[in-house]
Design a protein around this ligand. Structure first.
Ligand SMILES: Nc1ncnc2c1ncn2[C@@H]1O[C@H](COP(=O)(O)OP(=O)(O)OP(=O)(O)O)[C@@H](O)[C@H]1O
Ligand SMILES: [Mg+2]
Length: 378
C-alpha cells in the first residue's frame, strides 16, 4: 500500500472514530439534559431529595443488618441517627456556605467595600444567586467609582474659573488694577463661565446614560482661541506666578473655521495650556497651533511647550483619571484629572487626543472631525 493510501485510510478511520465519539458525546449530553433536574449539583431541590434518599437508604441498610445479625436494634437505631445527621450536616453545609459568604459580602458592601466577591463553585440555584450577587457587586463598585470621579471632576473644573475670578478681584482690592469696565467684564465672564460649568457638570452626571448633549456650532478659530489664550494669560500657573511663560497663537489660514461645542473645546484647550505652562522652563514658550484637518471644518489643534515632555511609557496613562506621569513632580498641585476631562470632551466630538512625537518638550495633538452636514463646509 502506498503511503498516501495509508494516510487516507488512517485519516478516514480517525474521522469515523471522531464521528462516533461526537455521537456518543451528544447522546450523553441529551441524557444528561433529561437527568439534570435530578443532579444534586444542579438543583437545591434535587440535593434535598438526595439527602432524604440517602438517610432512608442508610436506615434501611442498618435495619437489614440488624435483622441478620446479633447487634441490638437500639445500637443500630443510634448508628442510623448518627449517620443521617452526618449526611444532613454535609449537605446542609454545602447549601449554607454560599449563603454565609453572601451575607459576609453584603455586610462588607454596607460598610462601603464593593470589592468583595462570592466564590461559589455550585451550578444550582445558589450558584446562580452568587453569580447575580457578584454582578450586582461589580455594578455597584463601578457606580461608586463613577460617583467619586464625578465629585473630583466637579471640584477640578470649578477651581479654574474661581481662581481667575479671585485673581481679578484681588488685583482690584490691592489696587494693582482699577475696577474699570474692562476688569469687571473679565470678572463677569468668569462668573458666567462658572454658571455654565455648573450646567455642564449636570450634563456630566447624565454621562452614564450616554445622553450628554453637544451644542456644536461653526466658529472662526482665531478669535475663539485668542479669547481662550487671553483667559489663560490671566490665570497662568494658577497663583504660582508663571508670568515668564509666553503664550503664542498660530492659526493657519487666519480665517480657519471649525465645528465643535465651544464650551467643551474650551475645557480641552484651557487644560492643555495649563499643563504646558506648568511644565515650561523659565521664560519658555507655549504654542497653540491650529490647522485644518483633512475634512472641511475638521480641526487639527496642537499645544506645544519646551518642558521635559511626557515619557513614551506614560503617554496613555496620563489620559486616565488620576494618571500622572512618572516624571511629574510630586506636590505640583495637579490632581491628574485635566487630561482625562480633555479626552472625555474630545471623545464626545468623535475626535482624538494624544501625545504626539516632538523633538523638544511636549506636543499634544487634538483632531476634531468637524461636521459633514455643515452647508458652509463645502
Ligand atoms: N505639557 C506637559 N509636559 C509634561 N508632562 C505633562 C504635560 N501635560 C501633562 N503632563 C503629565 O500628565 C499628567 C496628567 O496631566 P493632567 O492635566 O491630567 O493632570 P495634572 O496637570 O497633574 O492635574 P490637573 O490638570 O488636574 O491640575 C501630569 O501629572 C503630568 O505628569
Ligand atoms: Mg493638568
Amino acid at each position: 500500500m502506498r503511503p498516501a493510501d495509508r494516510r487516507n485510510r488512517s485519516g478516514q478511520g480517525g474521522r469515523s472514530g471522531q464521528g462516533g465519539r461526537s455521537r456518543l458525546r451528544s447522546l450523553w449530553e441529551r441524557c444528561w439534559e433529561g437527568l439534570r433536574p435530578l443532579d444534586p449539583n444542579r438543583s437545591v431541590k434535587a440535593a434535598l431529595g438526595a439527602l432524604v434518599i440517602a438517610t432512608v437508604a442508610i436506615t434501611t441498610l442498618l435495619t437489614i443488618i440488624a435483622l441478620h445479625s446479633s447487634i441490638e436494634l437500639r445500637v443500630i437505631a443510634l448508628l442510623a441517627v448518627i449517620a443521617s445527621l452526618l449526611v444532613t450536616q454535609f449537605v446542609a453545609h454545602g447549601l449554607a456556605a454560599p449563603l454565609d459568604e453572601m451575607t459576609d459580602a453584603a455586610r462588607s458592601m454596607a460598610r462601603g467595600d464593593y470589592t468583595r466577591r462570592v466564590r461559589v463553585e455550585r451550578r444550582d440555584e445558589l450558584g446562580e444567586l452568587a453569580d447575580t450577587f457578584n454582578r450586582m457587586a461589580a455594578d455597584l463598585e463601578a457606580a461608586d467609582r463613577h460617583r467619586k470621579e464625578l465629585v473630583a471632576n466637579v471640584s477640578h473644573e470649578l477651581r479654574t474659573p474661581i481662581a481667575a475670578l479671585r485673581a481679578v478681584l484681588e488685583n482690584v482690592v490691592d489696587g494693582v488694577s482699577d475696577a474699570d469696565p474692562v476688569t469687571m467684564d473679565t470678572a463677569l465672564k468668569q462668573t458666567e463661565r462658572l454658571g455654565s460649568l455648573v450646567e455642564h457638570l449636570l450634563d456630566l452626571s447624565r454621562l452614564d446614560n450616554g445622553v450628554v448633549p453637544l451644542r456644536t456650532r461653526r466658529f472662526t478659530v482665531w478669535p475663539y482661541l485668542s479669547g481662550v489664550l487671553k483667559e489663560a494669560n490671566m490665570t497662568k500657573g494658577e497663583g504660582r506666578s508663571r508670568t515668564d511663560v509666553h503664550l503664542h497663537l498660530d492659526v493657519q489660514p487666519p480665517e480657519l473655521a471649525a465645528y465643535a461645542d465651544t464650551e467643551r473645546l474650551h475645557q480641552v484647550v484651557a487644560n492643555l495650556i495649563d499643563n504646558a505652562v506648568k511644565h515650561s522652563p523659565p521664560y519658555g514658550r507655549v504654542t497653540v497651533r491650529a490647522r485644518s484637518g483633512q475634512a472641511p471644518t475638521s480641526l487639527r489643534l496642537e499645544v506645544l511647550d519646551e518642558g521635559p515632555g511626557i515619557p513614551e511609557a506614560d503617554r496613555e496613562r496620563v489620559f486616565e483619571r488620576f494618571g500622572r506621569s512618572a516624571a511629574a513632580k510630586s506636590g505640583d498641585g495637579g490632581t491628574g484629572l485635566g487630561l482625562a476631562i480633555a479626552r472625555w470632551a474630545v471623545d464626545l466630538h468623535g475626535g482624538r487626543i494624544r501625545v504626539a512625537e516632538s523633538p523638544r518638550g511636549c506636543r499634544i495633538l487634538v483632531t476634531l472631525p468637524g461636521s459633514t452636514s455643515d452647508p458652509e463646509a463645502t
